[in-house]
Design a protein. Structure first.
Length: 99
């Protein structure tokens, strides 16, 4: 099985490489940045009320699944399939911005 990641926002939603999330029956959705640069820039404005706000972070490349719409400057897909972890700015930069 693939590597597992957890949502920073709710601290519970699991993302496993190669597996669709959420499953078709959940009725949820997944917010996705349109570029690596947008994801890196969003760290400073990420809601501090998020359940896993202070946890270590990774940025995943995903394949959008199902219907989608633009919302809050990001794309909201019906579901995503995580494909892999992206190399991004140094972890110290991500960490410094959210402490």
């Amino acid at each position: 099985s693939g590597a597992e990641y957890v949502s920073v926002f709710d601290g519970q939603t699991s993302y496993i490489l190669g597996q669709r999330c959420p499953d078709k029956d959940s009725g949820g959705g997944c917010f996705v940045h349109v570029s690596l640069e947008d994801a890196e820039r969003s760290v400073e404005s990420f809601p501090r009320s998020s359940c896993a706000y202070g946890w270590p972070r990774a940025i995943l490349a995903v394949r959008g699944e199902g219907s989608w719409r633009l919302r809050h400057g990001k794309v909201l897909f019906e579901a995503v399939t995580p494909l892999g972890e992206l190399s991004c700015c140094p972890d110290e930069v991500l960490r410094t911005s959210w402490r």
